[in-house]
Design a protein around this ligand. Structure first.
Ligand code: OAD
Length: 236
């Protein structure tokens, strides 16, 4: 089996990392304005505010741990690989919890919080500390030119060619913990359907795209993903 899994903020919610949107209006984008914090224009206008927002998220991430959903996906990847199949894990999340749980084939289409990118030389380097005026690029040694290696609104998601190739060669598609409101990721399920790939949604509640999926499972990711992954492993 060649499985394509798309994950979103809901997969990391039980690890204490906030989601962006929820029905109670308590998500990150209900408390913070994305136009002022997650666009290239915002960074040009007020870099300190943007850096402070990502610094706080980075510190939060360093204190977090993977949950049962991350572990179940890593276990499933191992089981599929052992049978000659594969799992391509495309995540909209900028955390590293899939990797820490043991997933090998992870594509971060919205970038990675624990990396910085140099505006002078474009080098991408590991970043665990706060970023600021004094931060120095380890490649070109420019000072104050590092930005978080994340995709902002108005920028193109990363590794889209690889993602497209994995999608067309998949025979199962699952979307986990994503509201289905941000494109291009929100459009993957329709592409999968058009290719005749069986699709499944696992989420706390129906997403904006729920009607498109062949199968829908609702519950906390730590439990719902573990149960779904176990069923797949048993059927191999
Ligand atoms: P959202 O915050 O939009 O959606 C999270 C989804 O997870 C919601 O549908 C919740 O119902 C669900 N959820 C919450 N807790 C859950 C749990 N314990 N188990 C299962 N599901 C749960 O997050 P994304 O869809 O990932 O982009 O958002 C997509 C993009 O929008 C993000 O990558 C980010 C954001 O703006 C950028 O910053 C570029």
């Amino acid at each position: 089996m060649r499985l394509f899994a798309l994950t979103g903020a809901g997969v990391s919610a039980e690890s204490g990392l906030g989601t962006f949107r929820d029905k109670k209006r308590e998500g990150i984008w209900a408390r913070f304005d994305p136009i002022k914090l997650a666009t290239p224009e915002a960074f040009a206008r007020d870099p300190a505010a943007v850096q402070a927002f990502y610094d706080a998220r980075r510190r939060n991430l360093l204190g977090a741990a993977p949950n049962g959903a991350h572990v179940a996906l890593a276990d499933l990847e191992r089981a599929l690989t052992a049978q000659g199949g594969e799992l391509t894990l495309v995540t909209q999340n900028i955390d590293d919890l899939h990797e820490r749980a043991g997933s090998q084939r992870v594509i971060h289409m919205h970038g990675e919080l624990l990396k910085a990118r140099c505006l002078r030389c474009a080098a991408v380097s590991p970043q665990r500390d706060d970023l600021g005026e004094a931060s120095q690029c380890p490649a070109c040694e420019a000072v104050g030119a590092l930005r978080p290696h994340v995709v902002w609104f108005g920028e193109t998601p990363l590794r889209m060619e690889e993602i497209g190739a994995a999608l067309v060669s998949a025979d199962r598609f699952v979307a986990i913990g994503t509201s289905g409101s941000v494109y291009p990721a929100a459009g993957f399920v329709a592409e999968a359907r058009a290719l005749g790939i069986r699709t499944c949604e696992i989420n706390l509640e129906p997403s904006d795209n729920a009607h498109i999926f062949d199968e829908r499972r609702y519950g906390k990711a730590s439990e719902a993903v573990a149960a779904w992954a176990q069923e797949i492993i048993e059927a191999l």
